[in-house]
Write a protein that binds this ligand. Structure first.
Ligand code: NAD
Ligand code: LMR
Length: 338
C-alpha cells in the first residue's frame, strides 16, 4: 500500500512494531469509500476506537491524503491507505469488518432509489472483492438505497458461495439516532436515556419507528405520533434540503456508523447483550430482509428479534412499509440475477 512508509515497521526511523499483527488484541477494519463525506469522519472515529488494531482506508480518489491525515492521530490503530481498483484486494485481505459508505449521495428532489443506477454497480464490485478476499468478514452496508443494496450484496455472496446471512448488515442506526433525538425533544429527556426501536427499512415509509415501544415507557398524542413518525421518516430529506445540493447526512451518519461498527466489534469480541437495529436477512415478516433489533455476537447477527406488540397506527405503517420494501428488495435481487 502507498502508506506503507507510515507503518512503524517500514519507516526509516521506526522500530519493529507488531500492532495489528497479533501483537496486540484488536480487529482489522476496512472502510470502502473512506475519502467521502461519511468516509472521512468515519475514518476519524474508527481510528479512535480502541477495539481496532488495523484500519484500511480504501477509495477511488483521495485515499492517500485522508490516510496520511488520520494516521497522525496518536491512537492505537495502524492506518493504511489503498487507492483504486488495483488495490482493493490488498485493502480487503484479512479484514474482520468491512464498512461500505461508497457511492453517490442524494440531491434535493431525489429519492434514495434514484441512486440505484450508480450505486448498485459500486456495491456489486466491492462485494465481489469481499467475497474473494475476506469472505468471513462482517459487512456493514451504508450505500443507498440500503433497501436494495443489501439484496445486491446477498446475491453477490450467494453467487460466490460465501453468503452468510448473519454477516451482512444494512446500517439503519441513523434512523434510531434520529428517533431517539426527536422523541427525547418531545418528552423533554436526555436523548441518551431514550431508546426507540425503528424497524422496516431505510427509506421514507419503510422507516417505521415503534413509538409504542419507546423506553422509558411513554405515551404520545395522535398529533405527536404523526409529527414524530413523519420527522423520523424524513430525517434524511431534512438534511438533503438543508445542504441544498452539497450532499446528504455525513456527520450524523459517520457517528451512527461508528456506533454500529463498535457494536459489531463488541459482538465479535464476545460481549453479551449487544443489541442494535439493523436491516438483515429475516423471518420476522414474509420479506427476505427486514430491519428489527438484532443481537450481535461472535458470528454476526446471531439473533433476530420479533417486532413485539404493535398498535393500530404501527400496524397500518407496517403494511405500507412492507409493500414498498418488497419492490426495493426485488429490484436488488434482479440486478444480479437478470
Ligand atoms: P460522498 O460522495 O461524499 O462519498 C462517497 C465516496 O465513495 C467518494 O469518496 C467516492 O470517491 C467513493 N466511491 C465511489 N465509487 C467508489 C468505488 N467503486 N469504490 C470505492 N469508493 C468509491 O457521499 P457520502 O455523503 O459519503 O454518502 C455515501 C453513501 O452513503 C451514499 O450512497 C448515501 O446515500 C449513503 N448514506 C447512507 C446512510 C444510511 O443511513 N445508510 C446515511 C447517509 C448516507
Ligand atoms: C439519510 O437517511 O440521511 C441517508 O439515507 C441519506 C439520504 O439520502 O437521506
Amino acid at each position: 500500500s502507498f502508506t506503507s512508509q507510515m507503518e512503524g515497521k517500514n519507516t526509516v526511523m521506526g522500530r519493529e512494531n507488531c500492532r495489528g499483527k497479533g501483537g496486540k488484541a484488536g480487529f482489522k477494519v476496512a472502510i470502502l469509500g473512506a475519502a467521502g463525506g461519511i468516509g472521512q469522519s468515519l475514518s476519524l472515529l474508527m481510528k479512535m476506537n480502541p477495539l481496532v488494531s488495523l484500519l484500511h482506508l480504501y477509495d477511488v480518489v483521495n485515499a492517500p491524503g485522508v490516510t496520511a491525515d488520520v494516521s497522525h492521530m496518536d491512537t492505537g490503530a495502524v492506518v493504511r491507505g489503498f487507492l483504486g481498483a488495483k488495490q482493493l484486494a490488498d485493502a480487503l485481505t484479512g479484514m474482520d469488518l468491512v464498512i461500505i459508505p461508497a457511492g453517490v449521495p442524494r440531491k434535493p428532489g431525489m429519492t434514495r432509489d434514484d441512486l440505484f443506477k450508480i450505486n448498485a454497480g459500486i456495491v456489486k464490485t466491492l462485494c465481489e472483492g469481499v467475497a474473494k478476499c475476506c469472505p468471513n468478514a462482517i459487512v456493514n452496508l451504508i450505500s443507498n438505497p440500503v433497501n436494495s443494496t443489501v439484496a445486491i450484496a446477498a446475491e453477490v455472496f450467494k453467487k460466490a458461495g460465501t453468503y452468510d446471512p448473519k454477516k451482512l448488515l444494512g446500517v439503519t442506526t441513523l434512523d434510531v439516532a434520529r428517533a431517539n433525538t426527536f422523541v427525547a425533544e418531545v418528552l423533554g429527556l436526555d436523548p441518551r436515556e431514550v431508546d426507540v426501536p425503528v424497524v422496516g427499512g431505510h427509506a421514507g415509509v419503510t422507516i417505521l419507528p415503534l413509538l409504542s415501544q419507546v423506553k422509558p415507557p411513554s405515551s404520545f398524542t395522535p398529533s405527536e405520533t404523526e409529527y414524530l413518525t413523519n420527522r423520523i421518516q424524513n430525517g434524511g430529506t431534512e438534511v438533503v434540503e438543508a445542504k441544498a445540493g452539497a450532499g446528504s447526512a455525513t456527520l450524523s451518519m459517520a457517528y451512527a456508523a461508528a456506533k454500529f461498527a463498535d457494536a459489531c466489534l463488541r459482538g465479535l469480541r464476545g460481549d453479551a447483550n449487544v443489541v442494535e437495529c439493523s436491516f438483515v436477512a429475516s423471518q420476522v415478516t414474509e420479506l427476505p430482509f427486514f430491519a428489527t433489533k438484532v443481537r450481535l455476537g461472535r458470528t454476526g447477527a446471531e439473533e433476530v428479534y420479533q417486532l413485539g406488540p404493535l398498535n393500530e397506527y404501527e400496524r397500518v405503517g407496517l403494511e405500507k412499509a412492507k409493500e414498498e420494501l418488497a419492490g426495493s428488495i426485488q429490484k436488488g435481487v434482479d440486478f444480479i440475477r437478470k
